[in-house]
Design a protein around this ligand. Sequence first.
Ligand SMILES: O=P(O)(O)OC[C@H]1O[C@](O)(CO)[C@@H](O)[C@@H]1O
Length: 251
Amino acid sequence: MVYTNKAYSFIYLEEKIMKVITVKNQLEGAKIGLDIVSEKMAAGAKTFGLATGSTPVEFYNQIINSDLDFTDKTSINLDEYVGLDGSDEQSYRYFMSQHLFNEKPFKANFLPNGKAADLDKEVKAYDEIIDAHPIDLQILGIGQNGHIGFNEPGTSFDVTTHVVDLTQSTIKANSRYFANEADVPKQAVSMGIASILKSKTLILMAWGHEKAEAVKGMIEGEVTESLPASVLQQHDDVIVIIDEAAASLLN
Ligand SMILES: O=P(O)(O)OC[C@H]1O[C@](O)(CO)[C@@H](O)[C@@H]1O
């Protein structure tokens, strides 16, 4: 894979290599993300794992403004809030429609149904969707507490799709999208760590000082369920794209 004119480093983790690309800003990082998507599509990638949150917004803009055609591709999102319908402006389905799907049509877009009457059935159905569409490239952000998807600290690395009780720190961090903190749902349906690790390639992006500690733990810390993103050290094809602020605590 070629990252033209970009400073990047390889972090050797026993026999695994985590590629860490440090960029000046989100725009530069988003463009590298687009290059990787484009290469993967040329190599036959059919299924893309997508994330919500502020992190991938510029990356989605780059996709929208590209000439890449996703009409024969499938997307599978990481998570959805419990209790929110896809038409609710705070739902992740709505977010994805606004930030990507309305402008870049796919063959199919899967997100968990946060309004499912039977959540046990919903998580099983979502696992079946993931099994039927192996993810070629998964996009990830990282929470300030090291969560990936909505897998909060303490989540077993072995779980597949599950219902999550959000931590107070995540509720607080995500309250910026709601009129007030009390409106933030307390639960979400999330792809599990085991499902995320099945993806062939993962790109994790992080911007800003607030993410620096989690990024350091993910790359340089021990692999621990207390910092879910640290599990990425065990995957053999992870590309981390971070700005200088998010990289600022790395050795
Ligand atoms: O990108 P943000 O808004 O900082 O959020 C961090 C992470 O938390 C989540 O919103 C929770 O799933 C992720 O989608 C995101 O990657």
